[in-house]
Design a protein around this ligand. Structure first.
Ligand SMILES: Cc1cc2nc3c(=O)[nH]c(=O)nc-3n(C[C@H](O)[C@H](O)[C@H](O)COP(=O)(O)O)c2cc1C
Length: 178
């Protein structure tokens, strides 16, 4: 099984999750290619059987490098005739979309658009999105630090913490059995 992990992390939270995905996949005896999303990234998503795609959430959407990558690669696949009306399924191809988010204003609702946005690339390609993972991630920049204590999710200082990352590993083990 060919496995890819493509992610963007501005302040390091999603990278912690991505690293646990990578190590857990390897512990389970598989190889994994791990890459950071950026506009110019040349990669053929259709070569992979299982793709993890993740980002921190910024203004309800993934970070800009992930948006730029998705925008560009979507266009490329349209031009190559790989994205066509009705998005026929590609049997055996699966994706898991994940994010880390702070949810200070409206909780998980402000992270859902980011995950749905990323997921649509795979859905358009006929790759089944088999799961969506939302992990809490504290606000790091000084300007936003107070958001880690007084938002909809309460005190999220230090998240994703050890317990969150253990959950990541458990979920990866589960997905590998699907
Ligand atoms: C400028 C800024 C904007 C953010 N916007 C949102 C947002 O709209 N919704 C949300 O749930 N979290 C938001 N967050 C919180 C981040 O999504 C969260 O800290 C995430 O874990 C960051 O991931 P990263 O370190 O991998 O980039 C924002 C954080 C910053 C610094």
């Amino acid at each position: 099984m060919k496995i890819l992990n493509i992610y963007h992390s501005t302040t390091g939270n999603t990278e912690k999750v991505a690293n646990v995905i990578n190590t857990t996949v390897k512990e389970e005896g598989h190889e994994i290619v791990s890459v950071k999303a950026k506009k110019e990234l040349e990669i053929d998503l259709l070569q992979y059987d299982l793709i993890f795609a993740g980002s921190g959430v910024y203004q309800w959407l993934p970070g800009k490098p992930m948006i730029d990558f998705i925008t560009r690669i979507r266009r490329d696949y349209v031009e190559k005739g790989e994205i066509i009306p009705c998005s026929p399924r590609r049997p055996g191809k699966k994706a898991v979309i994940y994010c880390t988010y702070g949810g200070v204003h409206t909780g998980i609702n402000e992270a859902i658009p980011a995950v749905k946005f990323m997921g649509q690339l795979f859905d358009h390609l006929g790759i089944e999105v088999i799961d969506e993972w939302y992990f809490v991630g504290e606000y790091h920049p000084d300007k936003y630090k107070s958001f880690s204590k007084g938002g909809r999710l309460g005190d999220i200082t230090g998240r994703p913490d050890e317990r969150d990352l253990k959950e990541v590993a458990e979920r990866v083990r589960g997905i590998l059995k699907v």
